[in-house]
Design a protein around this ligand. Structure first.
Ligand SMILES: [Zn+2]
Ligand SMILES: [Zn+2]
Ligand SMILES: [Zn+2]
Length: 165
């Protein structure tokens, strides 16, 4: 078991990504089972494709990979969009707004808003739980009803800094 809360930067470090993939897929299917949701083969396939790396993936990239994997049938964009909408609504994936792309959630089912560190060199994304509580508390103080909060911090991960030096 990889403790992702302890090491939110796992995306940036050398690790056994197969374990990562297996674990996230298990967590996702468990969450769907608990919520009595159907993780259809197509939704699962999209999730698997997205789990290839810790880099966010655009909808068209996912579509291209689906079509490559499933050459018998031509998959149309709405199918991918519907799958992405479902996965996003259930918190199994997140949208990286600044990249117009999607990333699998590192801890499916969390309550707090997702926040991301994005490395501009390797393009990997780490999801962090340390929340922008003070900002949200301030919004609350001001009587501001928050709909949606996006925290995406771009920079260079420790690994890439090492290689640059
Ligand atoms: Zn991994
Ligand atoms: Zn998440
Ligand atoms: Zn990096």
């Amino acid at each position: 078991m990889i403790d992702k809360t302890k090491f939110p930067d796992i995306a940036f470090r050398k690790h056994d990504h197969r374990r990562c993939q297996r674990q996230l897929l298990t967590e996702a299917s468990q969450l769907c089972a608990t919520r009595k949701l159907r993780l259809t083969p197509r939704r699962r396939q999209v999730l698997e494709i997205m789990l290839a790396s810790h880099q966010p993936m655009g909808a068209y990239d996912i579509l291209a990979r689906l079509n490559r994997a499933d050459s018998a049938e031509r998959i149309a964009p709405p199918i991918v969009y519907r799958a992405l909408e479902f996965l996003m609504a259930e918190g199994l994936i997140h949208r990286i707004e600044s990249r117009n792309a999607f990333i699998t959630c590192a801890h499916p089912g969390h309550e707090s808003a997702a926040q991301f560190l994005i490395c501009r060199d390797c393009e990997r994304v780490a999801e962090v739980e340390t929340s922008a509580q003070s900002l949200l508390a301030e919004a609350d103080n001001l009587g501001f009803a928050v709909d949606h909060s996006v925290v995406e911090i771009t920079g260079v991960c420790a690994e890439c800094q090492k290689h640059a030096g």
